[in-house]
Write a protein that binds this ligand. Structure first.
Ligand code: PEP
Ligand code: MG
Length: 752
């Protein structure tokens, strides 16, 4: 039986098109189960119907057979999400009779759902004339087959090789990376070299290979410099700074040396580049923070450009008669620049996620983008597509009514965006004038160049781990001083909250491996740095030295679970403070005492507020970890992603409690987790009474716009109503309706 199963799944998976795959499926299942009829129904979730897509035994040519999700035995299998096995189907209350499909001869019915990640993709049915129930072994065969098919189906669905609404259009799903709607012809550029396809190869002439490599590095440096200039007037400083970072990395002796050493030992330049880039990218890939994790893509982009210049002298420039939607395997800044802006309606990339460099660039340039889409060039190239950058969707050859709806949405969005942009530089106040401070979460060294006065009130969370993760050893105190000083100087007169090193666990340093069974509950954040006072002292001293003569530094301690960790950390900070004060005085300068705060992210600290309050100046709520620890759910595990829900009533209740405690203890409190940068999250927080939110650059304009449109009493009433709800899904949908009342629904389409 096992061999039969394997053969069916293999033959279905290797069929050249869906129709053939489904015909193979029904035919081979009939043979394997020695039954007279097998049919497969595919769910169309847009229209809420099951379509009979292939059958052996029924007369499918009679007419198109489709049943609503509520109809027939097939609908029942889908609704119950479990098999139904009947000896006499026609007598069942849910049986639906289709006159011309020739079902009348069949009595017994066994239907099983094809489920992938909780979603019913279709229903597989076998039928027989003899009025008998299928036995247990037949039932388990069909269930196993359906489970294996689900994976095959899900994969072809992701690739767009899937029958959807019967109109012949293809739906592709990816991640919403840059909002907006684009309607244009698709253009696939799959000519770019791919790092993942580089194979081990050695060279014969090492000197020649080194020259080739040096040539590629120089060409890449020139290109990044040129791109920086090209985008200078269109992009803000933090986005532009990524080019500086690339140039810096290409000049970085560590990276270059690693590649050169490999060439020297006989590797071909491409192979040397691939190995080194993979090694660097892997460090980022292992991090828990999604933003940092996606820096791996930046490193890969750098590698991709080196590969490109190993093969080409210069970048190709494209010209199109009409705007296009560009499809690429890996999207790079160079590709974005190679097409005139007015000819580029949108971009789609197979690799990369929403915070990849190309996605950041697309957002900054206002180009709708979808990332992480599997596509087959032959199915999309030169076809008309609708790119929905809000939902991360692509429709290839859409039906006329769908196209019309998207055209309307596109025009609406253009209007809305104009208004959002206008709100950006203004101070944030609710519609009735209640001031809310909006701070930035920063991390990549590139972010140090974020332009001053772009409408934020300072930096609410500077994640200092990046320079530690980028290098082969701990950055020196002087390196850190320079790094920290540059960010303090970007925000004169505004607070810059620097968090001490939050590595360990799943953010291991490449030069200090930590292997643990439970990294999130292990040696991370303050637990690690207190065990390494040397590292902690150097870092705090560097922060303090950077702040000599400045008054805007605040220090934030991550993962504090109780008073003892805080006191220990404080003792070390006092020691560093005394040392740096002496240093400052010797130079005739002043060292101001930085404000000290703790992250509220480990639930135990909630019960120690009274004890910690006298020792700190502020609190910063990290909703990312707080949610993870409160709900006991790994924030990075896709399997439990639906359990990780910041709208869980317990998370909402805790946030209310934290604010009440902070107000009682007169401690300023800010929220710096992702929740603060989410339109629904931000409205809930301000409704609760939070007045400081810290978020990624990309959320700033949107959140400011939302808050400016709602009066504070409405926000408060909304939160009170939410506190009466016991389901996260109810809180989310009621909050969506609330935003919709203020015509802000368009802003929450992003990422849905
Ligand atoms: C958090 O946990 O909410 C937070 C802001 O910190 P990080 O995401 O860096 O762990
Ligand atoms: Mg955290």
């Amino acid at each position: 039986m096992l061999t039969k199963l394997r053969d069916i799944v293999h033959n279905v998976a290797s069929s050249s098109d869906v129709k053939q795959a489904l015909n193979t499926l029904v035919g081979e299942t009939c043979t394997a189960m020695e039954t007279e009829c097998c049919s497969v129904y595919i769910a169309d979730h847009e229209r809420h119907v099951y379509e009979l897509m292939a059958t052996k035994g029924l007369n499918s040519r009679a007419r198109r057979v489709s049943l609503s999700f509520e109809e027939g035995l097939v609908g029942l299998v889908g609704r119950r999400a479990e098999p139904i096995n009947l000896a006499n189907a026609a007598t069942h209350a849910d049986f639906k009779h289709f006159p011309d499909i020739g079902e009348d001869h069949f009595n017994s019915f066994l239907g099983t759902p094809i489920i992938y990640r909780r979603q019913v993709l279709g229903v597989l049915v076998v039928q027989q004339r003899a009025p008998r129930q299928f036995d247990e072994s037949e039932e388990s065969f069909l269930i196993t087959l359906a489970a294996q098919l689900a994976v095959v189906f899900a994969h072809s669905k992701a690739q767009g090789v899937w029958p959807s609404d019967g109109s012949g259009s293809i739906l592709l799903q990816g991640a919403a990376a840059s909002p907006g709607v684009a309607i244009a012809e698709a253009w696939c550029d799959v000519s770019q070299p791919r790092l993942d396809l580089v194979l081990p190869a050695s060279c014969l002439d090492i000197q020649q290979e080194r020259d080739r490599f040096d040539g590629a590095v120089s060409a890449a440096i020139i290109e990044f410099g040129r791109l920086r200039k090209r985008f200078d007037s269109e992009l803000n400083q933090d986005t532009l700074a990524i080019f500086d970072l690339f140039i810096h990395l290409l000049n970085d002796p560590v990276l270059r040396k690693a590649m050169k050493e490999r060439i020297h030992s006989g590797d071909m330049a491409e192979w040397a580049v691939k190995q080194t880039i993979d090694e660097f990218a892997e460090r980022f890939n292992n991090m828990s923070d999604p933003y940092l994790r996606e820096r791996a893509n930046d490193v890969k982009e750098l590698g991709q450009r080196l590969l490109y210049f190993l093969e080409n002298q210069e970048t190709k420039q494209w010209q199109f008669e009409k705007p296009i939607v560009l499809f690429a395997r890996e999207l790079t800044a160079g590709m974005l620049a190679s097409i005139p802006r007015d000819q580029l309606a949108g971009v789609v990339a197979e690799e990369g996620a929403v915070n990849a460099h190309a996605a950041i660039l697309a957002r900054a340039l206002g180009i709708p983008a979808v990332m992480g889409v599997e596509f087959r060039p032959e199915l999309v190239h030169r076809k008309k597509v609708v790119l929905d950058g809000f939902k991360g969707r692509l429709l290839v050859e859409p039906a006329p009514q769908v196209l019309k709806e998207y055209k309307r949405l596109r025009d609406e969005e253009i209007e809305l965006q104009k208004e959002v942009d206008n709100a950006f530089t203004k101070q944030t106040k609710t519609a009735d004038g209640v001031r809310v401070q909006i701070h930035l979460n920063a991390g990549l060294s590139a972010d140090t160049s974020i332009a001053i006065n772009r409408g934020v009130d300072g930096v609410g969370l500077y994640r200092t781990e990046v320079p530690f993760l980028m290098q082969r050893s701990f950055p020196s105190e002087d390196d850190q001083v320079n790094q920290y000083r540059s960010i303090l100087d970007c925000y004169p007169g505004q607070p810059v909250v620097m968090r001490t090193l939050d590595i360990g666990g799943d953010k291991p340093l490449p030069y200090l491996k930590i292997e643990e069974d439970n990294p999130f509950l292990g040696w991370r954040g303050i637990r690690f740095t207190l065990d390494h006072p040397d590292i902690f002292l150097i870092q705090v001293r560097a922060m303090l030295r950077a702040s000599i003569g400045r008054e805007n530094l605040a220090i934030l301690l991550p993962m504090i679970s109780g008073l003892s960790e805080l006191l220990e950390a404080k003792t070390l900070i006092e020691r560093a403070f005394a040392e740096v004060t002496e240093l400052a005085e010797a130079e005739g300068e002043v060292l101001h005492r930085p404000r000290l705060g703790i992250m509220v992210e480990v639930p135990s600290v909630l019960y120690q507020f009274d004890a910690v309050a006298p020792h700190i100046d502020f609190l910063s709520v990290g909703t990312n970890d707080l949610t993870q620890y409160l709900l006991a759910v790994d924030r990075n595990n896709a399997r439990v992603a639906d359990v990780y829900d910041t709208f869980h009533p317990s998370v909402i209740a805790v946030l209310v409690q934290i604010l009440a405690q902070a107000q009682r203890l007169k401690l300023p409190v800010s929220v710096c987790g992702e929740f603060a940068g989410d339109p629904i999250g931000a409205t809930l927080l301000v409704g609760m009474g939070y007045r400081q939110l810290s978020m990624n650059t990309r959320s700033v304009a949107k959140i400011k716009y939302v808050l400016r449109h709602i009066p504070s009493d409405a926000l408060q009433n909304h939160v009170n109503a939410m506190l009466g709800l016991s389901l996260a899904s109810d809180i989310r949908s009621a909050s969506e309706d609330f935003l919709e009342q203020y015509n802000l629904g368009g802003l929450i389409r992003v990422g849905k």
